[in-house]
Design a protein around this ligand. Structure first.
Ligand code: ADP
Ligand code: ZN
Length: 767
C-alpha cells in the first residue's frame, strides 16, 4: 500500500531521498519528523520529507525502525524550503536538511542540553528548616565527640527520622535563599555534589525539576542598550514606510529592495515594519551578514522587542544554538536575528523576512549546500506569503535589476538623516606619490596630514586595506623564485610578531619561517614585496607613536569575543586609529569617526573575476559611509594606482545609479550575470591530468543544450588547493532549469565522482 511509504532524507552526502515503509502498528510520521531507519548494515536517523509515491525502485523497501517524533520536529515549511535548496543548488537532500537542524539534531536526545534545577520545597517553611538545622547541630556535636564517622548523622527531631549532614544543611540553607532554585552547574560550582541533592530529595526536602535554562547568548555577543526613545521619522523614512507597511499588511509574498545611502536610517525602517508585523501576530526574521560586525542592528532589535528576540550567530556554542533553536521551535520568540543559516530557523508563520546588507558575500555558503541566504530568504517568503525586505546602500546588480524590472518594489532613501552630508571623498593618485617619494609608499602625504589633524581634534580614523599580513610575497632577487605554498598554487604571505618572521598560506595554513637564503639558488637576497594590514599598522605606529592603534583582521580577532572587545573599545573612544580589512567597512555606526582612509583601492581590481568592479565599488562606498555619521562631517581619502577606473571614480561620487548603469552595460556586453545564470563545476584529482580528464568527461556528458553553453574545462584559478589538483568548467545560459537537469543527469551517471566534485549554482566568486 503506497500510502505507507515515506521519503526520508538522511545526512549522508550524495544520497538522494530514500523510500521506507511504515510498518503496521507504527503511526504515520508527519513531514519533518525524525525517524530511525536501516541503511546498509547501519541504523541512522533521518527526517521524513513526505509521502513517497509507489515504489519504482529495484531494491526491496525496508521498514522504518522507530518514529522519534509524534509530529514535525523540523516545521513542514522549513522541510519544504530545504527541498528547494537541495533541488536548486544540486545538493543532497540530507546536506540541505542538515543546514536546518539544530546542533546534534540527528544524534542527541532532545533533552541533552536541559539544565537540572533544584529548589527547596516551598511547602517547608524556614522555621522547619531551622528546627531541622537545630537538630542537626546536636548531631554535629555528637560528631565532635567522635561518636560517629562518615558524613551523615541521625537528627533526632520530632519525626525522629530526618538525617542531615553538614553539607546537606548548608545546601538547604542556600536553596532557601534562592526561591527560584539553583541550577546543577551553579550547585556544582559551590562544591555541592549530586549525591547530596539526591539524599535531600530522598528526604523530601528539595524538589528537582528539568528546566530549559537558556544560555544567554547576549552575555558575550551583543550588549543591549537601554531602549532608545522613539524618534521622529525623517520624511524619507515616512515615505518608505508608506510604501512598505501596506505590503506587510497584504500578507502576500512580495520582495522590496530598500536602497538607502549609508546613514539614511534603514534600521529604523526595519524596526517599524517589524513592529507592525508583530502586532499582526506574525513572526519576523532578520538576517545580517555577521552579528559581531554589526552588533548595533541586533542590539536595537533587542532594545525594542526585548525577550521576544532570539539571536543566532557563529559565536554561539553548540549548546547555546541548540537552546535558541528549541526556544524558537516552542514559539517562545517572535523575532529571530541571525546570520545566513538563520534563514532556516523554525519560526512559525513568518510575516516579514529582512535581509540587511544584501550585497554582503558572507550570505553565500562556501561549502555544500552552497546556498545564498538572501535567495533562500526570498523563497521562504514565497512559501510563507511574507514580505521580504532586502536592504543595502550598494545593492547587487542582480537585486537592482530585479527592482528595475518591477519584480521587486524599489524603496529609496537618498539622504542621510538630519541632513547630514555624505563624506567628502578625494582620491590620491599613488603613481604621483611614488614618483615623489620613490619606491613603495604606504601612507600618502594627504592621508598622513589628515590623520594628524584628526588626532589633534580627538576624532577617530578608520584605515582600510583589504589584505592581511605584513608582505604579500617573498622573492629571490637573484633567480626570481618566490616562496610558494607546497600544497596550494599561491605564494605565502609574510606575517610578523616582534622579530619573528613567518610565511603562511592563507588557504591551508601551512607555515614556515622566512628563510634567509633562496630555496632554489641559495642566494641571500630574499625580498619582501607588497604589503598588508600588519605593515600599515607598523607605518602608522611609526608616524604617530602616541596614537592608540587597533588592528581588526582575521589574525587579530581569532579568539572568540576579541572582535567584540575591539569594537567596544572603539565605541568607548579608547582607540584613535582603527586599521583593518573589509571587516571594518561593514555597517558600523561610530559617530566619532570623521576620517576614512583607503590604503589601496586597487586590491580587488586585479582579480580575474567579472564582479571585481562591483566588489570594489561596494567596499569603497561602504567604507566611505563609515565617516561622518555623527554630528561632525566626514572625509574619505582613497589611495589608488588607477584613479580613472570607473568603480573608484563612481564610489568617490557615491553615485550608485551611475555605477549600476555602467556595470550593467558591461555585463550585458560580456553576457555575465545577471544577464545570464552560471553554474561552476570543480573536479579535484590526485594529479592535474586526472582532474582534467574527469572534468572533460563530465562536461561532455552534460553537453551544451537548449538555453545554455559549457565553457571549459580549464585549470581552476587555484589549480592546486590543499594538495589537490583542480579543473573546472562552467554552464552559462538563460535557463537554470535546463542547466540543472542536464547536470543532474550527468552527475547521476558518474556517482564515483561525487566525492571529488563541487557544484556551485550562482557562484559568487570566480576564484
Ligand atoms: P544605515 O543602516 O542606513 O546606514 P542607520 O540605520 O545605521 O543607517 O542610521 C544611521 C544613524 O542615524 C544612526 O545613528 C541612527 O540612530 C540615526 N537615525 C536613524 N533614524 C533617525 C531619525 N529619524 N532621526 C535621527 N536620527 C536617526
Ligand atoms: Zn596552502
Amino acid at each position: 500500500m503506497s500510502s505507507r511509504l515515506v521519503s526520508v532524507a538522511v545526512p549522508v552526502p550524495a544520497l538522494g531521498l530514500l523510500t521506507y515503509r511504515i510498518p503496521d502498528g507504527l503511526p504515520m510520521p508527519a513531514p519533518g519528523a525524525r525517524v530511525v531507519v536501516p541503511l546498509g548494515r547501519r541504523s541512522i536517523t533521518g527526517v521524513v520529507v513526505g509521502i513517497a509515491g509507489a515504489a519504482d525502485q529495484a531494491y526491496a523497501i525496508k521498514d522504518i525502525t522507530t518514529v522519534l517524533d509524534p509530529g514535525a520536529f523540523v516545521p513542514a515549511d522549513v522541510v519544504q524550503l530545504t527541498e528547494w535548496v537541495s533541488d536548486y543548488y544540486l545538493a543532497g537532500p540530507g546536506a540541505a536538511l542538515s543546514a536546518a537542524l539544530p546542533p546534534q539534531g540527528l544524534t542527541a536526545r532532545v533533552d541533552r542540553f536541559k539544565t537540572v534545577r533544584v529548589a527547596a520545597l516551598t511547602a517547608m517553611g524556614l522555621d522547619a528548616v531551622d528546627r531541622l538545622v537545630a537538630h542537626t547541630r546536636c548531631a554535629a556535636d555528637d560528631e565532635m565527640q567522635g561518636s560517629v564517622g562518615g558524613g551523615f548523622r541521625r537528627a533526632r527531631g520530632a519525626g525522629g527520622d530526618a538525617t542531615l549532614g553538614a553539607r546537606q544543611r548548608e545546601t538547604l540553607l542556600l536553596l532557601h535563599g534562592s526561591p527560584d532554585g539553583l541550577s546543577a552547574p551553579d550547585l556544582a560550582q559551590r562544591g555541592i555534589a549530586g549525591a547530596t541533592i539526591t539524599r535531600l530529595k530522598g528526604l523530601g526536602l528539595v524538589s528537582i525539576r528539568n528546566d530549559r535554562v537558556d544560555r544567554d547568548p547576549f552575555s558575550h555577543a551583543v550588549s543591549a542598550p537601554a531602549a532608545a526613545p522613539l524618534r521622529d521619522l525623517t520624511s524619507e523614512q515616512q515615505a518608505a514606510l508608506a510604501q512598505l507597511l501596506p505590503l506587510a499588511a497584504a500578507k502576500e509574498f512580495r520582495v522590496a529592495l530598500v536602497h538607502g545611502v549609508t546613514g539614511s536610517g534603514k534600521t529604523e525602517v526595519y524596526l517599524r515594519v517589524a513592529e507592525a508585523v508583530r502586532q499582526a501576530g506574525r513572526g519576523v526574521l532578520l538576517l545580517v551578514p555577521e552579528i559581531a560586525l554589526t552588533p548595533q542592528v541586533a542590539a536595537l532589535f533587542r532594545a525594542r522587542f526585548g525577550a521576544a528576540v532570539a539571536i543566532q550567530h557563529s559565536g554561539l556554542s553548540d549548546g547555546e544554538r541548540h537552546d535558541q533553536w528549541h526556544r524558537i521551535r516552542r514559539g517562545d520568540v517572535d523575532v529571530v536575528i541571525g546570520t545566513r543559516s538563520a534563514v532556516f530557523a523554525p519560526l512559525a508563520n513568518p510575516g516579514l523576512i529582512i535581509v540587511d546588507e544584501e550585497h554582503d558575500t558572507s550570505y553565500k555558503q562556501d561549502e555544500t549546500p552552497r546556498y545564498h541566504g538572501r535567495d533562500v530568504a526570498i523563497m521562504r517568503g514565497k512559501f510563507a506569503g511574507a514580505l521580504v525586505m532586502i536592504g543595502s546602500a550598494t545593492p547587487t546588480l542582480e537585486s537592482y535589476a530585479n527592482a528595475l524590472a518591477g519584480r521587486y518594489t524599489l524603496v529609496s532613501l537618498e539622504r542621510r538623516v538630519l541632513d547630514r552630508p555624505l563624506a567628502a571623498v578625494s582620491v590620491v593618485n599613488m603613481r604621483e606619490e611614488i614618483a615623489a617619494a620613490g619606491g613603495e609608499v604606504v601612507l600618502s602625504r594627504p592621508l598622513v596630514t589628515a590623520i594628524g589633524d584628526r588626532l589633534a581634534k580627538q576624532e577617530q580614523s578608520l584605515i582600510l586595506l583589504n589584505r592581511r599580513g605584513f608582505a604579500t610575497a617573498v622573492f629571490c632577487r637573484q633567480c626570481g623564485a618566490s616562496l610558494d605554498c607546497p600544497n596550494c598554487s599561491v605564494s605565502l604571505t609574510v606575517h610578523t610578531r616582534g622579530s619573528d618572521w613567518r610565511a603562511r598560506c592563507h588557504y591551508c595554513n601551512f607555515v614556515r619561517p622566512v628563510p634567509k637564503t633562496c630555496d632554489s639558488c641559495a642566494a641571500p637576497y630574499m625580498e619582501r614585496v607588497g604589503f598588508g594590514t600588519e605593515r600599515v599598522e607598523a607605518e602608522i605606529r611609526r608616524a604617530f607613536p602616541d596614537a592608540r592603534v587597533a588592528r581588526v583582521d582575521r589574525d587579530t580577532v581569532r579568539r572568540k569575543g576579541s572582535l567584540v572587545e575591539i569594537l567596544a573599545s572603539v565605541a568607548r573612544l579608547d582607540v584613535d586609529i582603527v586599521i583593518g580589512t573589509q571587516m571594518i567597512a561593514k555597517g558600523h555606526d561610530f559617530p566619532n569617526v570623521t576620517l576614512v582612509g583607503v590604503i589601496s583601492a586597487d586590491v580587488g581590481l586585479g582579480l580575474a573575476d567579472f564582479r571585481s568592479a562591483e566588489r570594489t565599488f561596494q567596499l569603497l562606498t561602504q567604507v566611505a559611509g563609515r565617516a561622518g555619521r555623527g554630528e561632525r562631517p566626514g572625509e574619505a581619502i582613497i589611495q589608488s594606482l588607477m584613479p580613472e577606473h570607473y568603480s573608484i571614480g563612481l564610489a568617490c561620487a557615491q553615485d550608485y545609479r551611475a555605477f549600476y548603469a555602467k556595470e550593467a552595460e558591461f555585463r550585458r556586453a560580456m553576457r555575465y550575470p545577471p544577464q545570464v545564470a552560471m553554474v561552476n563545476v570543480v573536479v579535484r584529482g590526485k594529479t592535474f591530468g586526472q582532474a582534467m580528464d574527469d572534468a572533460r568527461e563530465l562536461a561532455a556528458a552534460t553537453g551544451g543544450g537548449k538555453g545554455f553553453v559549457i565553457l571549459g574545462p580549464a585549470p581552476a584559478p587555484l589549480t592546486k588547493l590543499r594538495g589537490e589538483h583542480r579543473a573546472q568548467f562552467f554552464l552559462k545560459g538563460t535557463s537554470r532549469k535546463a542547466m540543472r537537469e542536464a547536470l543532474q543527469l550527468s552527475l547521476s551517471r558518474k556517482p564515483e565522482l561525487s566525492k571529488r566534485l563541487s557544484v556551485d549554482v550562482d557562484p559568487l566568486s570566480m576564484l
